[in-house]
Design a protein around this ligand. Structure first.
Ligand SMILES: [Fe+2]
Ligand SMILES: [Fe+2]
Length: 168
């Protein structure tokens, strides 16, 4: 179902569609993060991916909770955007031989995923409030905060060590 098909008529339809989209994205990230952790050389980056894997499993559960609270069935719809980000990450990683350069590429790919999530959750929080669902908004906000914190940690890692070593 495309974003602007006639199936989406109301804000409520849009809210549920985007929940389904991010539900799919989170599930794909649960599969992708262990592989990224495996490829990472820097111990802090490796641990960071594993920590965010645990958080991401929680994001899936929170979405199921929001679906239930909103009286909608928890269902995933294909999200070509996240598929593209993950596919590109795999392709780039496959081309990088140097471990430090690979870490820099992994951080970049992970940040692309986090930014995608931040955009989606930002809108979902706003739309939940608009629909009078402050209870759903509060749950989605918790995930949004974790995505932002992860993005911040990745920036720190990139700026502190990995990018410097890759450039030397
Ligand atoms: Fe997430
Ligand atoms: Fe995330």
């Amino acid at each position: 179902m495309g974003l602007f098909t006639k199936d989406i008529k109301t804000m409520d339809d849009l809210f549920i569609h985007q929940l389904q989209d991010i539900y799919y994205a989170e599930q794909q990230l649960v599969k992708a993060l262990p592989k990224m952790a495996e490829k990472a050389s820097d111990p802090q980056l490796k641990q960071g991916f594993l920590t965010h894997l645990d958080e991401t499993k929680g994001h899936v559960q929170r979405l199921e909770q929001v679906f239930q609270m909103h009286g909608a069935k928890a269902k995933a719809v294909d999200c070509p955007a996240i598929d593209g980000i993950i596919q590109e990450a795999n392709e780039t990683a496959g081309e990088v031989a140097d471990k430090t350069v690979l870490d820099a590429a992994l951080i970049n790919a992970a940040q692309a995923a986090e930014h995608y999530e931040i955009v989606r959750y930002g809108s979902l929080v706003a739309w939940a409030k608009r629909l009078g669902r402050n209870d759903c908004a509060a749950i989605l906000q918790k995930t949004l905060d974790e995505e932002k914190a992860t993005d911040g940690k990745l920036t720190q890692l990139a700026e502190s060590r990995i990018n410097l070593r890759a450039a030397s």
